[in-house]
Write a protein that binds this ligand. Structure first.
Ligand code: SAH
Length: 254
């Protein structure tokens, strides 16, 4: 059975604050298009989002660039949103609750079914100001190496969009098969011990219980399917009949 929540992409808004590099806006546009999002808002951009550099990194997403909306302040950009999330690699310094992107994915997918959610990204050089962080209900971070946790802006956008996208994918709920019971496994172990003994199988230090104990652990650890156990029976039945055949032939040589 497959389960999953449908992602209402039109309710996810990405907000970039005072972005300096047109290339980053182009890369963000491409990343959002890749993950199915289309609402990008710029707060007081310090570059031209329709420049050649932006178009080059948007790589064919020119229509997306045309649809970008520009706002003078963060407050004006988030007016129609019900939940505003700030992003930062240094969540512990702020008062808001902070979540790893993967942790919050499912909650956001449910939330944006009926509500607009803004995810706010800061400046390339100094991130979001404290006042901007204070406008956010929660913070989201992308776990990264402590020595250098700050990601490139467009890569940060990509990873958060990707986590949202992944949270909406159907997951396979595996059907649990009917496993063999201990009594079936014990019967099987007794059976193969008998065959191995008849073959003169040499147990290390003559301790067959250690060998059987290992087999028991292996078979119960993987939770062997009752049907699969039958396959093992077949295998040992073949060994048994081949051994009997061989023994008869050596008793009655031609
Ligand atoms: N040098 C800045 C970071 C700039 S990176 C600083 O110290 O704050 C530009 C933006 O990318 C950040 O404002 C944030 O929105 C996002 N970002 C970068 N790394 C991130 C991370 N590990 N987790 C969450 N967002 C991150």
């Amino acid at each position: 059975m497959k389960t999953g929540q449908k992602l209402n992409c039109s309710n996810i808004v990405v907000v970039l604050v005072e972005t300096k590099t047109a290339g980053n806006i182009g890369s963000v546009s491409r990343a959002m298009t890749n993950m199915g999002f289309d609402d990008l808002r710029l707060v007081n951009p310090l570059t031209d989002h329709l420049s050649d550099q932006a178009k080059m990194l948007a790589h064919g997403c020119n229509e997306f660039l045309e649809k970008i909306k520009v706002f003078p302040t963060l407050e004006t950009a988030i007016q129609d949103c019900s939940l505003v999330l700030g992003t930062s690699h240094k969540p512990v310094r702020y008062n808001q609750k902070s979540f790893a992107a993967r942790e919050i994915g499912n909650t956001l997918v449910s939330y944006c079914e009926k509500n607009k959610v803004a995810i706010v990204f800061g400046r390339e050089d100094c991130g979001l100001s404290n006042d901007e962080i204070n406008l956010c209900s929660w913070l989201v971070n992308i776990p990264s190496a402590r020595e250098y946790p700050s990601l490139n802006l467009s890569q940060a956008v990509m990873l958060i969009c990707y986590e949202l996208y992944m949270s909406s994918l159907p997951t396979l709920e595996q059907e649990i098969p009917e496993f063999a019971k201990y009594e079936d496994i014990e019967r099987f172990l007794a059976y193969i011990t008998k065959i191995l003994d008849s073959l003169g199988f040499h147990h290390k230090n003559n301790r067959s219980e250690i060998f059987v104990g290992t087999l028991r652990r292996v078979l119960t650890r993987i939770g062997i399917d009752a049907k699969d156990l039958k396959v093992f029976y077949k295998l040992f039945e073949q060994i048994e009949s081949a051994t009997k055949c061989k023994a008869q032939n050596s008793e009655n040589p031609l």
